[in-house]
Design a binder for this molecule. Sequence first.
Ligand SMILES: *Cc1c(COP(=O)(O)O)cnc(C)c1O
Length: 431
Amino acid sequence: MRLYSTNDSSNIVELKEAVLKSLASDKGLYMPLEMPKLPDHFLNNLAHFTFPEIAFQVSKHLFGTTLSNFDLWEICERAINFPAPVKHLEDKLSTLELFHGPSLAFKDFGARYMAQLMSYFTKDDDKQLTILVATSGDTGGAVAAGFYNTPGIEVIILYPSGRVSHLQEQQLTTLGGNIHACEVEGSFDDCQAMVKAAFIDQDLNKMYNLSSANSINIARLIPQSFYYFEAYKQLAHHDNVVFCVPSGNFGNLTAGLMAKKMGLPVQEFIAATNLNKVVPDYLSTGQYEPMQSVATISNAMDVGAPSNFVRLSKLFRGNLDEIRNNLKGYYFDDQQTRAEIKTLYDTYKYIADPHGAVGFLAAKAYLKTHVDSHVCVLETAHPSKFIDTVEAVLSNKVVIPERLASLQHKTKDAARIENTFSSFKNYLLER
Ligand SMILES: *Cc1c(COP(=O)(O)O)cnc(C)c1O
């Protein structure tokens, strides 16, 4: 499989390089050079494929002969090992629950698949791969769970002391095995600066084979297209299916558009955002103007300069009309989001998280002018991840699923590190 850089379409690499490097040498993002339609016998018979089988078929179609069928099946079977069920709320409205993985958010799909692909591509290396990640909370949990027990790879996670929630910290610090946590006496930005400094440090590069589990890695994007096929399979009896995607960096939405390029007969997509509304503004004005992010209760979408916008745009060669034909944008504020959490519970007894609630608002706004469509909202996280916000709106208690609740009482194991690069470097040299 060949991929090009969004900064220079003549900068072409093979899948292995794209996965192990994340970012192109010209700082562009990698995109598949070709994304042909899947064969009709697959698209018309989705019901005959299990979710991991769908993952295999889509991967195989993109990767060609890069991996053997045997290796690729193993990767898909290990990575896509939890369900993505569609729940029907009413005739025109459903939700695709993407939170049934270990860290209760859709990022589990990307993290697990990336872990498997990285492990495959480094299996013949003598030295193990050491992945450095800085996290403000959420991504770290998905990466930790995704790479846990992956052969040939260890993960070192830096997080800002006292600035992540207790359950987030437990996700980072209690797995053990190949997952190591560093509690940094500083901010998320400090953690990120330390990771950057480590990548260019000569001593560390002599000792370690360093890599990153960057959110812009193409290996995180590709598996996010699988669940659109899986959802469509469950929605097959509906006409005019539209997916509504609560968006921040627009990886999830870009993956949906890729599924459509590969032949999934989706009518179109809805980009749902909070007040970080750069993309809805772009769709209405034609001007793309990144801004400073603003803080909201759907904080995983607080992105003022979406990293995947360039990929989204490239899918349509930057043609605004074509983008508008495939994508509608809506945005909402926190007050509307809180009210929607309550309305959803009162109407359907459905407990949504704040990100999903933004999606439902957009879906309902869209349905007012598109009465013949069926909108499926991607529920990107389990409501218990945002338990304080949700419980403040509803009078119910939100139940934390056992796979997360069970971490609560496990023993934390983290190295404490001062807010200096030398402190991090010493830790790495002496461990
Ligand atoms: C990361 C995240 C999003 C945003 O997804 P993008 O792919 O960055 O657009 C939405 N909701 C939740 C819960 C997330 O964790």
